[in-house]
Design a protein around this ligand. Structure first.
Ligand code: ADP
Ligand code: MG
Length: 238
């Protein structure tokens, strides 16, 4: 068995004649906290879409918990334990907060069927138990981001990908989301955090990887990576 929960090798993705990802290699240990940074349009979302299955890479391979998932559809990857939250929360507006958590639970294979208190546990872990019966329309931005993460959690992930879960939030709200991600991580979930807010990236990440123009240019200890000349250049140039 590999020591990695995830091993992506040579991930290349083209959109027509444009190559959005150029042979990206990435490995992740179980329970690891990784920050993924890079300028706008550098390929971060494309990369995690290739991991979670919204996109299939044109070249390369992805092994997750010992299985080759390179060409699996996203729902099978979700069942295998990969969950993601989206940059723009997409709750079911006609349902309550609680029902929004219940819907993804319906898709869990029966052998992992949730216990009765699971929905309450998820609601408590995202701090929305008191709003269980409210409509998502009444939630604030930060509460909507928490609900989005709660929906991802309902699938029992071993790897959670949070794509810009903090964009547009206040400093205090950013801290709340970082704390929430830390709690989830302590429960054993590996997390990839895509984020522009450097304070949050540095507070959260054990390791940072940098994608610039479709290539991984750095991968290592967060403060070392931030000193990398190409990283400085990429951010100054933005
Ligand atoms: P990031 O998340 O780092 O801001 P993206 O991965 O969203 O960047 O985009 C990387 C590049 O790929 C951008 O130039 C973007 O316009 C392009 N791109 C992303 N998705 C598509 C798509 N579905 N079709 C065509 N081009 C795309
Ligand atoms: Mg993006």
């Amino acid at each position: 068995m590999s020591e990695f929960i995830l091993s992506a090798k040579g991930i290349t993705k083209r959109f027509g004649g444009f190559t959005a990802l150029k042979g990206v290699d990435f490995e992740m240990a179980p329970g690891e906290r990784v920050g993924l940074i890079g300028p706008n349009g550098s390929g971060k979302s494309t990369f995690v879409n290739c991991l979670a299955g919204a996109l299939t890479p044109d070249e390369g391979s992805i092994v997750f918990r010992g299985d080759d998932i390179t060409t699996l559809p996203s729902w099978k990857r979700a069942r295998a334990g990969i969950a993601r939250s989206f940059q723009i929360p997409r709750p079911f507006k006609g349902l309550t907060v609680r029902q929004n958590i219940e819907v993804p639970l319906l898709f869990i294979p029966r052998e992992n069927a949730p216990k009765a208190d699971e929905v309450d546990r998820i609601l408590a872990s995202i701090g929305l138990l008191e709003k269980a019966d409210a409509s998502p329309k009444s939630l604030s931005q930060v509460e909507l981001r928490k609900l989005e993460l709660g929906r991802a959690l309902a699938a029992h992930p071993r790897l959670l990908i949070a794509d810009e879960a903090m964009a547009g939030l206040s400093d205090g709200e950013v801290v709340e989301i970082v704390e929430l991600l830390n709690r989830l991580n302590e429960s054993g979930i590996a997390i990839i955090m895509i984020e522009h807010i450097m304070k949050a990236v540095l507070a959260f990440s054990e390791r940072v990887i940098v994608i610039v123009a479709g290539e991984k240019i750095a991968d290592g200890e967060p403060h070392e990576v931030m000193k990398h000349p190409e990283v400085e250049r990429a951010y100054l140039g933005q």
